[in-house]
Design a protein around this ligand. Structure first.
Ligand SMILES: Nc1ncnc2c1ncn2[C@@H]1O[C@H](COP(=O)(O)OP(=O)(O)OP(=O)(O)O)[C@@H](O)[C@H]1O
Length: 263
């Protein structure tokens, strides 16, 4: 979506989760999660290993199904596989593991795959792929053999496969994994110039502080708002500092009380 294109109802979130419960085997991974992503937001999703951050991203595009709760995308409830076809066309997921994203022999084929899959002609898809690679500084990569790329190179190519589809929202699972400092800085500059709403899972605090407009913290199956503090003395970048309560019991109790109060 371009920046001057205003949704008919700008209050409607792109994505909304209401009281989502998800179990893996006998364990309740998500115990009633509420969340909304609005146009223009870049939300940091943080929390300890195994908290369910990746699981939450996968639920949003229908790679897992919740046991209970409601998932809305683009104003419509999404339940069954066919509901998610449109969602996957409009929400780009960067997998935590680049090898889950890249499966074609060459970089150009991988990056053109998404646009082709959306029904664009081979010429259009090729154009989309080449343009996306160029924007990411990867113009010399198109004929490279994907499986021989370095981990950091794969990370950027995986991102290119997502961006080439021009989705309305981006779900980024550990986008900076394997990137060197200079490449990470380029990635920040690029992502902060995009219009798309983003939900970003990362353990890279400096990255999130530069990019995110707000943060949420997933712990013990519950999602709480986390505070982002602007540091006004920093002139060059509007740095945001991420503050998480180490002991989120108070938040959780409050969320729990709200939840029960509203039901
Ligand atoms: N196929 C699966 N589907 C859903 N959950 C799974 C699956 N396999 C394992 N799990 C469990 O779900 C829980 C959440 O895992 P998830 O990868 O979402 O956590 P995470 O917050 O992304 O962790 P990390 O920061 O380590 O990447 C873990 O306990 C994990 O073992």
């Amino acid at each position: 979506m371009s920046s001057n294109e205003i949704p008919s109802d700008f209050q409607t979130p792109l994505i909304e989760l209401r009281d989502i419960v998800f179990d893996h085997r006998d364990r309740q991974v998500l115990k009633g999660v509420d969340f909304s992503l609005h146009a223009g937001e870049r939300v940091a999703l943080v929390g300890p290993n195994g908290a369910g951050k990746t699981t939450l991203l996968h639920l949003l595009v229908g790679l897992h199904r919740p046991r209970a709760g409601t998932l809305l995308a683009f104003g419509r409830e999404r339940r069954v596989e066919s509901d998610f076809h449109e969602v996957r066309a409009r929400i780009g997921l960067l997998f935590q593991d680049s090898d889950d994203q890249l499966f074609c022999p060459t970089v150009l084929e991988d990056v053109a795959f998404g646009p082709l899959n959306l029904g664009r002609s081979p010429d259009e898809a090729r154009g989309d792929a080449l343009r996306t690679l160029a924007v990411l500084g990867l113009e010399d990569f198109s004929e490279r053999v994907t499986h021989r790329l370095s981990a950091g190179e794969k990370r950027l190519v995986a991102l290119a496969t997502v961006l080439a589809m021009n989705p309305s929202a981006l779900l980024l699972d550990e986008p900076t994994n394997g990137l060197d400092e200079a490449t990470e800085q380029r990635l920040i500059a690029h992502l902060s110039g995009l219009d798309q709403a983003m939900l970003i899972v990362s353990h890279d605090r400096a990255f999130l502080e530069r990019l995110a407009t707000r943060a949420v913290h997933l712990v013990d199956g519950r999602l709480n708002e986390a505070t982002l503090h602007r540091h006004p003395h920093v002139h060059h970048h509007s740095h945001l500092h991420l503050h998480l309560a180490n002991d989120s019991t108070d938040h959780q109790d409050a969320a729990h009380a709200d939840h029960h109060g509203s039901s």
